[in-house]
Design a protein around this ligand. Sequence first.
Ligand code: NDP
Ligand code: GDR
Length: 375
Amino acid sequence: MSSKQPKVALITGVTGQDGAYLAEFLLKKGYEVHGIKRRSSLFNTDRIDHLYQDPHVDNRNFILHYGDLTDSTSLVRVIQKVQPDEIYNLAAQSHVAVSFEEPEYTANADGIGALRILEAIRILGLEKKTRFYQASTSELYGLVQETPQKETTPFYPRSPYAVAKLYAYWITVNYREAYGMYACNGILFNHESPVRGETFVTRKITRAISRIALGLQDCLYLGNMSALRDWGHARDYVEMQWLMLQQDVAEDFVIATGVQYSVRQFVEFAAAELGVTVRFEGEGVDEVGVVAAITGEQARCKVGNVIVRVDPRYFRPTEVETLLGDPTRAREKLGWTPRITLAELVSEMVRADYTAAKRDALVKDAGYQAYDYHE
Ligand code: NDP
Ligand code: GDR
């Protein structure tokens, strides 16, 4: 057996979509993985429960710490204790629409949060040891100045989220240049999975279509269905996050598939995967509900139901209409290309959500009623 010490990684946002996939990926690579989770009034570790290790057992290689990107003291304490070789800063208030409702908090967590980690590395004298990855975003391009977008395309952020991430992007570049730190930005385009948060559009669609097919829900309300996005799979994209920290020289990379679709097309792909025909309100189509292809069962939604309806509450004060990435630099320098196609992504998401909806339908059919603790 090798006596070599395992590399140590610290992931902020370990309870999120990317954090969960990245933790799994690094553990498979033999890393000792530490994650920062924030305190919540209910359990928030669903996505990483399969990786959990009993704290009473010795030689754990997956360890969680409480901390928060808005609390420097917690970050310094955890980084000092862990002495990481690599930090992946994935934590963020990551919902663009919510950032219009909570702009100050978003700036604090998503912008200054990155600064707090970079400063903690400096305060602790870890500049030469610890490599830093910042979760930057295609939202930086916002009102796009060039198509497709690449590393040299000018930024034009269109939301408090994107403006906060702009600060994080540049402070990462600045610390690299000012202090010679290995710090880099992954400019990631949208990436999804079965554990994507339920209020992002892809997951909202796959979840709702599955529930509609099983008669658990009547209608899916969406906002701007013309928006175009370049969607990849989170499992593919976390590999790139790791690769970016294994280079000789720190550099920023666009990560994307190079193909874009509209939100409306995503609805159609998800419906086709289930074998149900969707009706968009106002378009005069009245055939709805055929066969749920994945099980061979009859879909339970009513023929003639309106399934997809526009609700202006989901419109954003300023929208990002189109995003399409050019991942040439990542392909040439990191040897990275996405492996999972959109069709495979949609299929995996629909199957997972249909399975969950079926469990809910069975429980409902069996007459189950939740215990009423209000009295
Ligand atoms: P998620 O929203 O799924 O996860 C965000 C994580 O950050 C969660 O673990 C969340 O904790 C944690 N978090 C939020 N606020 C704080 C805080 N103040 N202190 C500590 N932790 C906090 O995001 P994704 O996994 O999808 O994205 C990961 C990162 O990549 C984010 O920074 C996002 O902005 C960025 N990004 C994502 C893209 C995508 O398409 N997914 C594309 C480009 C960039 P909790 O579980 O308790 O809520
Ligand atoms: P985005 O993802 O804003 O690109 O940010 P989201 O899935 O929220 O929206 C994509 C597009 O769909 C439109 N849309 C809706 N969006 C939501 N959430 N809900 C709806 O009902 C709805 N109807 C239409 C939106 O207007 C938008 O145009 C994601 C996040 O993961 C960010 O953290 C990340 O930085 C970027 O991707 C890249």
